[in-house]
Design a protein around this ligand. Sequence first.
Ligand SMILES: NC(=O)c1ccc[n+]([C@@H]2O[C@H](COP(=O)([O-])OP(=O)(O)OC[C@H]3O[C@@H](n4cnc5c(N)ncnc54)[C@H](OP(=O)(O)O)[C@@H]3O)[C@@H](O)[C@H]2O)c1
Length: 276
Amino acid sequence: MKKVLIIGSKGMLGMELVEIFSIDDYEIHRADLPEIDITDSESIQSKFSEIKPDIVINAAAFTDVDGCEKQIELCHKVNGEALEYLAKECNKIGATLTHYSTDYVFDGGKEEGYTEDDQTNPQSQYGKSKELGEKNLQKYGEKYYIIRLSWLFGQHGNNFVETMLKLGQEKDKLEVVNDQFGKPTYAKDLAERTKELLESGQVHGIYHITNEGVTSWYDFTREIFKLAGVKISVEPVTTDKFPRPAKRPHYSGLINTKLPKSRPWQEALRDYLDSK
Ligand SMILES: NC(=O)c1ccc[n+]([C@@H]2O[C@H](COP(=O)([O-])OP(=O)(O)OC[C@H]3O[C@@H](n4cnc5c(N)ncnc54)[C@H](OP(=O)(O)O)[C@@H]3O)[C@@H](O)[C@H]2O)c1
């Protein structure tokens, strides 16, 4: 039975990974703050020598995109530097390391979207820190997968769908940004695709896993309310109406050229809302 260590196991994706890997014959170990701190190499070392995992999945991250603009050092430590420690410790025990990255490593200027090999050019501290994580894993890692995803939603934790549903109960009119485009990703689907990737024995490297279809936050919102049966007026606005500390890419559709495609985001969203 393979031992899998899921780090960031209390997060939105981490919790789905725990559920998906529990279905089959894996010996699951979970870790999150405070019992492991990935910015501390000794903490990683001690967890790895206690468990000796065959597979390590790192779903831990500093995910507050605007918060990263203020807490630059911590964000770079968690999302960037930690990948050197994780990679080196995985090499010592021969474990495969799976790590998650983001569409925010791209600048968003390429209207046709981004393939796995496109040049990165992050515009925010979050994006820069995640790019550093990718580079560290490519530099130090031996057996690794980097999975880029975008616009994550799911059962566990705060996310855009939950925020909109809450606002839908409180307001009768909403303004939503209509000039940022991306691919929503259902955490449950991503966890399943992660397991398939690990079991497929694909070559190590960068993969893009999202649900299929590009949308704007505005159209995403309209679909959420339509499927949830919420009657509310939604107005499209431009990004400059809601200034935020971190710059977001205008167009960051991740193109998957290496793996079977996931289902359309609308179908995944329907499933998610039905499961609530
Ligand atoms: N959410 C999105 O829309 C999105 C989009 C693109 C890519 N991603 C990437 O997808 C992955 C999963 O994201 P998510 O939204 O599931 O994350 P999440 O819900 O924020 O969970 C991250 C987990 O990591 C933990 N953590 C933070 N710092 C840590 C440290 N130093 N050591 C150990 N654990 C630590 C957090 O604990 P605390 O809560 O106590 O801090 C939390 O439990 C991340 O790599 C993220 O960058 C997410």
